[in-house]
Design a protein. Structure first.
Length: 204
């Protein structure tokens, strides 16, 4: 799927069981036995992460984490990567130049409406209707994606990140946001029943 400024997004719908995914890793020369002690859910997620990275780079690569816990690809430290999981999907975003954030949520996650006061500020609550599930999910994934791009999980969701008014659609939505003086461009698309949002800083 096309995204701005050289961003690549790879998506995997989670249908396979853990043994099948681990076997797929081994067939492609990807380390898998170190996942056997993890809970089954994590085995599936980590195996798919490795399969997607192998697909992106054309060979097995190792994912490590920096001091902030952000993912880094060993041997490709300049490549910016962001990963998101849901119970049904794993997605991976890559950009060779810009810090990037990625988040995904299933389109039926009604819980976000119940916690709107925890992630929407007063201004955002004015243009996001209390019963608009689609807009809530887009706003939620936008703020999650910005936090990942910032590599700072301590950011205040409501005050530090401020979304400009946007139109929520199932096809594609473009958003603008500001975080601690930085401007972000966000793109949300619906795929496999999920809203998938990419955050990229605006550098000009």
């Amino acid at each position: 799927m096309p995204y701005p400024r050289g961003t690549r997004v790879l998506v995997w719908l989670l249908e396979e069981e853990a043994p099948q995914l681990l076997a797929m890793c081994r067939e492609q020369g990807i380390l898998a036995d170190d996942l056997l002690d993890l809970p089954v859910k994590r085995q599936r997620e980590k195996a798919v992460e490795r399969l997607l990275l192998c697909r992106a780079f054309g060979q097995p690569v190792s994912l490590i984490h920096d001091e902030q816990g952000a993912p880094v690809i060993e041997g490709h430290e300049r490549a910016c990567v962001s990963i998101t999981h849901t119970t049904r999907l794993v997605a991976l975003a890559l950009n060779d130049v810009y810090p990037i954030g990625l988040d995904a949520e299933h389109g039926d996650r009604k819980q976000v409406i119940r916690v709107r006061d925890k992630f929407l500020n007063a201004s955002e609550q004015q243009f996001i209707s209390p019963d608009d599930l689609r807009a809530h999910i887009i706003a939620w994934t936008a703020k999650e994606a910005i936090i990942k791009a910032e590599r700072n999980s301590a950011i205040d969701w409501t005050q530090a990140i401020r979304l400009s008014p946007f139109t929520a659609t199932d096809a594609a939505s473009t958003l603008v946001a500001h975080c601690d003086g930085r401007r972000y461009q966000l793109t949300t698309r619906m795929m496999q029943g999920h809203y998938i949002t990419i955050a990229l800083p605006v550098t000009h």
